[in-house]
Write a protein that binds this ligand. Structure first.
Ligand SMILES: NC(=O)c1ccc[n+]([C@@H]2O[C@H](COP(=O)([O-])OP(=O)(O)OC[C@H]3O[C@@H](n4cnc5c(N)ncnc54)[C@H](OP(=O)(O)O)[C@@H]3O)[C@@H](O)[C@H]2O)c1
Length: 307
């Protein structure tokens, strides 16, 4: 059976998105998760350590595995860490995807590079793919540099700008994990009423991107759900769907916080280009939260959580 399946390589293999993607796609693909520092093993993918900053190592991996698709999710995703280490952030968020794009181009391999909704904060809700960027911190600047480097090296690449939630491993909590675990322990959480986003369930992100790849879409796509809401409202809807005590969620304002890195208030993205291309709806936040709730009982989700 496995020989009839395509080989896929997913970088950032120990991360939230890569683990969920490999889990989601296990019946269709032979997946190799590319690891960096953390070593993990999962039943639904092979793993291999590759230095993404070494052209030779990337070339050898692509030669050996000859994947039909590479999904690049690796990144320095901690905003404060990026601010403290701009050179490291540049290497991981801009140089690594540039190397990958060049090596994919030489071999005719399709590349999907995962970007972010962190590029705007211009005040206008529902940014489109060609809205002007407003890069407020090192994370945003290095992710934007990564997008440009990928498209320069490989114009046929697909860039997915997103913000997702999912069940994560013990060493890496997603935003939804963090809220759920606090509320289940009866602990209060403070969530921002002035930060807006359009989050999507990781499985729905993977499904939409795979459809875009099948349609041979290239360039930048926002891959998000239909619903723009505040982080506070996200917590309230999550609590309601999970039957948790929403009175533990307290409103806070990002504008009142002092943080080492500036953060955007308006991160919502429009998915209208995506919907037009797919010819279907992507779903609203309540649908995606209900799916997250359903997933909790799944054996493979428990496997991810046990890592
Ligand atoms: N989480 C979100 O809601 C969100 C929102 C918007 C966009 N995104 C984007 O989505 C992608 C996936 O995010 P995520 O939350 O799944 O990430 P994550 O859980 O933080 O995992 C990041 C992964 O990247 C790897 N990595 C870090 N530095 C590396 C390097 N120099 N070379 C190779 N691998 C390296 C890490 O491996 P080690 O741990 O072994 O170092 C880890 O596997 C990222 O590109 C992020 O920018 C995420």
């Amino acid at each position: 059976v496995s020989s009839s399946r395509q080989n896929i390589v997913i970088t950032g293999g120990s991360g939230l998105l890569a683990l969920n993607w490999a889990r989601y796609a296990q019946t269709q693909w032979n997946t190799t998760l590319v690891l960096h520092q953390r070593r993990i093993e999962v039943p639904f993918a092979k793993t291999r350590v590759v230095d993404l900053l070494s052209t030779a190592a990337v070339a050898a991996t692509l030669n050996e595995l000859s994947p039909s698709l590479v999904i690049h999710t690796a990144g320095m995703t901690n905003v404060e860490k990026c601010e403290a280490d701009p050179e490291g952030a540049t290497r991981t968020n801009a140089e690594a995807p540039a190397i990958l794009a060049k090596e994919c181009r030489t071999r005719g391999i399709k590349l999907v590079s995962i970007s972010t909704d962190h590029l705007f904060s211009c005040g206008a809700p529902f940014a489109s793919e060609d809205s002007e960027l407003r890069l407020v911190n090192v994370y945003a600047r290095t992710k934007a540099a990564g997008e440009s480097a990928v498209l320069d090296a490989l114009p046929g690449a697909l860039i997915a700008r997103t913000n997702f939630f999912c069940w994560g491993p013990s060493y890496r909590s997603s935003f939804s994990d963090w809220i759920i675990s606090h509320l289940r322990r009866g602990e209060r959480v403070r969530l921002f009423t002035d930060v807006f986003f359009t989050p999507i369930l990781a499985d729905e992100l993977a499904r939409a991107v795979e459809e875009l790849v099948a349609l041979e879409a290239t360039g930048i796509y926002n891959v998000v759900s239909d619903t723009r809401l505040s982080k506070f409202e996200f917590g309230r809807r999550l609590a309601s769907i999970f039957g948790l005590d929403s009175s533990l969620i307290e409103p806070a304002r990002l504008a009142d916080y002092k943080s080492p890195a500036a953060r955007p208030l308006e991160m919502s993205l429009s998915n209208s280009k995506l919907r037009r291309r797919l010819g279907r709806s992507v779903g609203d936040i309540d649908q995606h939260l209900r799916l997250l709730h359903e997933q909790e009982g799944w054996a493979d989700i428990k496997k991810v959580q046990s890592l």
